[in-house]
Design a protein around this ligand. Sequence first.
Ligand SMILES: [Zn+2]
Length: 93
Amino acid sequence: MAIYAYRCPHCSEIEVNFPIGTAPAAVPCPNCGAASVRVLSAPMLARTPAAMHAQLQRAQRSASEPEVVTSLPRRRGGGAVAAHPATSRLPRP
Ligand SMILES: [Zn+2]
């Protein structure tokens, strides 16, 4: 399923889910019933929040080139992220 945007001439922009490639050129507005024309936009560019975009970029980078860290990641509050209890059973060098 993909989200398609339509613009009603009387109301505002509406979003409708359709399987990819099956979206009609116009759909009836759920509020007033007027024919709403499909709006074409670049996918995942204008509507992606900055934080989500940063995470997507980081995940994409780490897929082919994992980040090398020298310490545990820190929480925003300051303390280190607690290690998983199972890591205490791992062999130590
Ligand atoms: Zn409408």
